[in-house]
Design a binder for this molecule. Structure first.
Ligand SMILES: Cc1cc2nc3c(=O)[nH]c(=O)nc-3n(C[C@H](O)[C@H](O)[C@H](O)COP(=O)(O)OP(=O)(O)OC[C@H]3O[C@@H](n4cnc5c(N)ncnc54)[C@H](O)[C@@H]3O)c2cc1C
Length: 381
């Protein structure tokens, strides 16, 4: 590791790694990625749509992606707004099918691609603080989690890719504009070889939220409930027995789980804050991926968005490093437009479910529409 870089990327998730790859493509030669973990802990967010392929091709990592042999996703089946399942398959999609990933493996594969491009990557290393230097560069404090050692590195430009925590953007005065907060409870199953569970993503809306199921690589199955924190607490859903009871009452998903073995130690509770930073770019820094905006998991667009941002971010950074700041405003508008589009789709999707007019979960999702739009429009101005 050198003591100074042109660009230091904080966070080695999809957004951070893709930004490093895109920077190399744009001619940046002095780039460091700092990642707090080592891709060992379970990560969630596993469905990617077919057109993610175009972004992986642009980043020149598509062939390596195919070698990972993830689970093909042939479309989705959803009971949403009606009791029967409706189908949306990728059969007629010109780009082909989508994928269900093992997120640990996917993030690690991107990190390997980054290293293969000659970018320095520090794992187990957490960004903790920064100082602004006289020459307008940043002095970043880092902490090695295993060696318990502090170091520092200088950066002319900093990329905040720390996910929804947005650590750097927030320390630069950015504030999260929160529109919605949800709780997701994930459980993992082993599927028998001849499992009935299909290669379609399955969604089932219920009075208190929605269930999701996806077949993962290596015979695993992810099942998740998205609900309000209040319902989660009231029903004690951190306890796998209560979670499983609710799951057994679903109509479509429970049927498909016949013969699948539940790993009761796998229950994972994730709090989701769907939000947007009011400041995504400043002098010598920008935010990408979830650090810039975090979508509700119903969109299943977080990785696609992270890769899209990274391509735009790399162009912006290279031009800022050359002293041309014209692209900075384009980047801000890109994030704002993308967020406005997401809100439009998300609101449309939630508005389709009217079977439980008294349900607080659905009322909470639907009443936010006008507020969200007002904000999205403001940030475009
Ligand atoms: C319940 C749930 C379901 C989802 N489902 C889907 C889905 O089906 N499809 C989809 O596309 N998206 C999904 N998403 C969203 C998707 O997971 C995110 O959008 C995506 O991971 C964003 O990538 P990122 O690189 O911006 O952030 P992250 O993936 O969060 O990566 C941030 C990285 O920064 C590192 N980091 C954090 N702090 C520090 C620090 N101080 N120093 C150094 N490194 C640090 C972390 O270790 C991590 O590696 C889901 C999200 C949730 C919560």
């Amino acid at each position: 590791m050198k003591t100074a870089y042109d660009v230091v990327i904080l966070g080695g998730g999809p957004a951070g790694c893709a930004t490093a790859l895109a920077l190399k493509q744009n001619g940046a030669s002095s780039v460091l990625v700092v990642e707090a973990g080592n891709y060992e802990k379970v990560r969630v967010g596993e469905s990617i749509p077919p057109d993610t392929r175009l972004l992986l091709e642009k980043l020149d990592v598509w062939d390596c992606f195919l070698e990972e042999q993830y689970e093909r996703c042939l479309g989705s089946a959803s009971s949403w707004g009606g009791d029967e399942l409706g189908y949306n398959d990728f059969l007629f999609n010109p780009i082909g099918f989508g994928w269900h990933l093992d997120r640990r493996r996917f993030d690690k594969y991107l990190a390997k691609c980054v290293e293969a491009q000659g970018v320095d990557l520090l794992t187990y290393t957490r960004f903790t603080d920064y100082d602004l230097c006289e020459d307008a560069s940043f002095n970043l404090s880092l902490f090695h989690e295993v060696e318990k050692k502090e170091t520092s590195v200088k950066a002319r430009f900093v990329v905040d890719a720390t996910g929804s925590k947005a650590l750097f953007a927030r320390s630069m005065g950015g504030k999260r504009q929160i529109y919605d907060q949800l709780t997701c409870v994930y459980g993992f199953f082993e599927t028998p070889f001849d499992s009935y569970f299909s290669k379609l993503t399955i969604l089932e809306a219920v009075e208190y939220g929605w269930w999701y199921g996806a077949r993962l690589p290596d015979g695993q199955l992810a099942i998740a409930l998205t609900t309000d924190a209040g319902f989660f607490k009231q029903e004690k859903l951190q306890n796998w027995k209560y979670w499983l009871t609710h799951l057994s009452e679903t109509v479509h998903i429970s049927q498909r789980l016949a013969g699948c073995g539940f790993d009761k130690d796998s229950l994972l509770i994730v709090s989701v804050v769907a939000c947007h930073m009011d400041k995504v770019i400043g002098d010598g820094w920008l935010a990408v991926g979830d650090a810039a905006s975090t979508f509700d998991p119903i969109s299943a667009q977080g990785i696609h968005k992270a890769l899209t941002d990274s391509l735009k971010a790399a162009e912006t950074i290279v031009s800022c490093l050359q002293g041309n700041f014209d692209k900075a405003d384009d980047y801000r508008v890109h994030i704002a437009n993308q967020y406005a589009n997401y809100l439009k789709n998300r609101n449309y999707f939630y508005s389709l479910e009217n079977r439980w007019p008294e349900s607080s979960f659905w009322k909470n999702r639907q009443k936010k529409i006008s507020l969200e739009f007002q904000y999205a429009l403001q940030s475009l101005n």
